[in-house]
Design a protein around this ligand. Structure first.
Ligand SMILES: Nc1ncnc2c1ncn2[C@@H]1O[C@H](COP(=O)(O)OP(=O)(O)OP(=O)(O)O)[C@@H](O)[C@H]1O
Length: 249
């Protein structure tokens, strides 16, 4: 698919040029690219939130023009995606209320909260929690919807480095337990290697897919020990070399 945005008076800004990417069922794919290359645009198109200028997005073989019911989206700005006037439990219940009603949704919120390590925090409000805990709430809300497809836009970039490692461990654990297909957009090379089965590397604008790399590190993975493996270091080196701006052009 291709994407161009209209500009005032000038020719359209071509952001994406014939991007073709297939995410296999049950796979964790990371999309890695330099800042501003169009990663969020790509994810929004995959989510049916933004139409491509040319081409088509298919989810489970169906062309989509609106967010598919199988998918949930986790945003970078958890503080903006949680509802501050609702308790943690009611934020998670929000994902289910339209299907099963408020009371049943509240009860169903407990399991995903426990799964992200927040059992006992249901009555707190988002603003009473740390950034990492708030992002856990957002992940619990995503899981509550029992999605087949999880779309994540730099979900860990707003938290500190140690919290990020904790959240990586959480995501690895969730993916080991549930059969999820994940598309994660990130500019963090180490995050992509730690979490993904394959990494799609994007070029600067107008964006195309430069390469799709098989990570080839066995699971279960530990986010700390994985960083010391020769394969991790080899991939990290190759990806950083490719993505650093001095190599662009
Ligand atoms: N609605 C829009 N109208 C015009 N231009 C847009 C629009 N949305 C995005 N762009 C442009 O498209 C390009 C890609 O933006 P996008 O946010 O997808 O990049 P990104 O790779 O996610 O960036 P970052 O890594 O900084 O988050 C940018 O140059 C941006 O200015």
């Amino acid at each position: 698919m291709s994407k161009a945005f209209p500009t005032r008076g000038g020719p359209p800004a071509r952001v994406m040029e014939r991007v073709s990417l297939e995410v296999r069922a049950g796979e964790f794919m990371a999309v890695l690219g330099p800042s501003g290359c169009g990663k969020s645009t790509l994810l929004q198109m995959a989510a049916g939130l933004l139409p491509p200028t040319e081409g088509v997005v298919r989810v489970l073989g169906r062309p989509i023009t609106a967010p598919p019911p199988e998918a949930v989206y986790v945003f970078q700005q958890y503080s903006r995606s949680l509802l501050p006037w609702r308790s943690v439990r009611d934020n998670v219940a929000f994902a289910l209320e339209h299907r099963i009603g408020r009371r049943a949704a509240r009860a169903a919120a407990e399991a995903p909260l426990a799964q992200v390590g927040l059992a006992g925090f249901g009555d707190h409000y988002p603003w009473q929690l740390s950034g990492g805990m708030q992002q856990r709430v957002a992940i619990a809300r995503a899981l509550a919807a029992e999605p087949a497809l999880l779309l994540m836009d730099e979900p860990f970039s707003a938290v500190d480095a140690l919290t990020r490692l904790d959240l990586h461990a959480l995501v690895l654990e969730i993916c080991a337990r549930r059969k999820l297909t994940v598309l994660l957009v990130t500019h963090d090379v180490e995050e992509a290697i730690t979490l993904a089965d394959r990494i799609a590397v994007l070029t600067p604008r107008p964006t195309t897919v430069a390469q799709v790399i098989e990570v080839g590190i066995d699971r279960p993975r530990d986010p700390v020990a994985t960083r010391e493996l020769p394969r991790f270091l080899e991939l990290r080196h190759a990806l950083l070399e490719r993505l650093m701006t001095r190599h662009v052009g």
